[in-house]
Design a protein around this ligand. Sequence first.
Ligand SMILES: NC(=O)c1ccc[n+]([C@@H]2O[C@H](COP(=O)([O-])OP(=O)(O)OC[C@H]3O[C@@H](n4cnc5c(N)ncnc54)[C@H](OP(=O)(O)O)[C@@H]3O)[C@@H](O)[C@H]2O)c1
Length: 376
Amino acid sequence: MALHAAALLPSAFSTHKEGKSSASLKDSCFFGVSLISDHVKADKREFSSRKSPVLRVQAVATAPTATPAASQGKKTIRKGTVIITGASSGLGLATAKALSESGKWHVVMACRDFLKAEKAAKSAGMAKESYTIMHLDLSSLDSVRQFVDNFKRSGRPLDVLVCNAAIYQPTAKEPSFTADGLLPDDMKESDYPSKRLIIVGSITGNTNTLAGNVPPKANLGDLRGLQGGLTGLNTSSMIDGGDFDGAKAYKDSKVCNMLTMQEFHRRYHEDTGITFASLYPGCIATTGLFREHIPLFRLLFPPFQKFITKGFVSEEESGKRLAQVVSDPSLTKSGVYWSWNKDSASFVNQLSEEASDAAKARKVWEVSEKLVGLSE
Ligand SMILES: NC(=O)c1ccc[n+]([C@@H]2O[C@H](COP(=O)([O-])OP(=O)(O)OC[C@H]3O[C@@H](n4cnc5c(N)ncnc54)[C@H](OP(=O)(O)O)[C@@H]3O)[C@@H](O)[C@H]2O)c1
């Protein structure tokens, strides 16, 4: 499907096509725990005893992030662990780089192409000990489950999860299907001061904006397509039950991302203290997201955004914005959608009527739970 930003969650986008799951299981097993980079194996030892409070305290005390405050006997916090899906390029990579450079985070880059991710991290100049690459292909629920298992085995705490990965197939004539979700309960166990789950949204799913009014507009309708499973087998592959349209599928899935974030907030924020947020990082017209668009669009889109709409943001700037949502102490409001003004100051933005429809959010959640096998 068009989007995988809601990885690791009961998601509307991991549709199941019969007969493909066994192949993907093979793939995901091939990329097992053993593919965690060597430099991380050392790190793993640091965290492998997280069930033991005594050893955990030791790990914190010997962490290389100790600040001058620590040596003066003041309380310091350990490095946070953040998982970023789709960190091999664009926004995900820029965010991984910004967080790794802050020295306060260990970034788990959850990527489908291990070698591409390793190359990207190296060429971004990320310090080796600041990241781990773990295989995750969001087009397969088996791979998602394998990833969750591998992450749990790494022994790392889960402090922040960023659901960033996506694809955009505006010119596709036919839908493509995934081979076949989970709120990481571990996040509840994390002792990190500010636990966050972030799902990257977009202006294009919000019909209360100019960009969101460019046809085809997002519209989930009564969710009849989603309820049908989006398999393309005697049912529509579009959430609203209509004919397939790649550009609309992307926008619809972004609405689902923003609804899912709010439903998470309603269900979990009060009990867990986890901050749930979404954002529009700006138009990052140069990323790989547009790789499947026609060549003329790819040529003209960046200058159009830079000089006409002036909505363009560099990958570096967008990475800093998402990194803010991950770690800025002033951005702890839960259930909100962040945007930035022309001076790059963050503000809580208004979502469209559909993207803030609580009844629809609940229904998207419940149907998705069934589709991914988390409920009857
Ligand atoms: N670009 C914009 O203007 C813009 C604006 C608003 C929101 N966004 C959002 O920002 C997020 C990142 O997009 P981007 O612009 O940075 O695009 P990008 O450079 O194409 O990055 C997308 C990432 O998702 C990964 N991915 C795709 N399918 C996957 C799968 N099945 N399993 C695992 N990973 C997968 C890609 O992996 P590979 O490297 O292996 O392909 C890549 O790392 C998306 O949620 C997008 O909707 C972008």
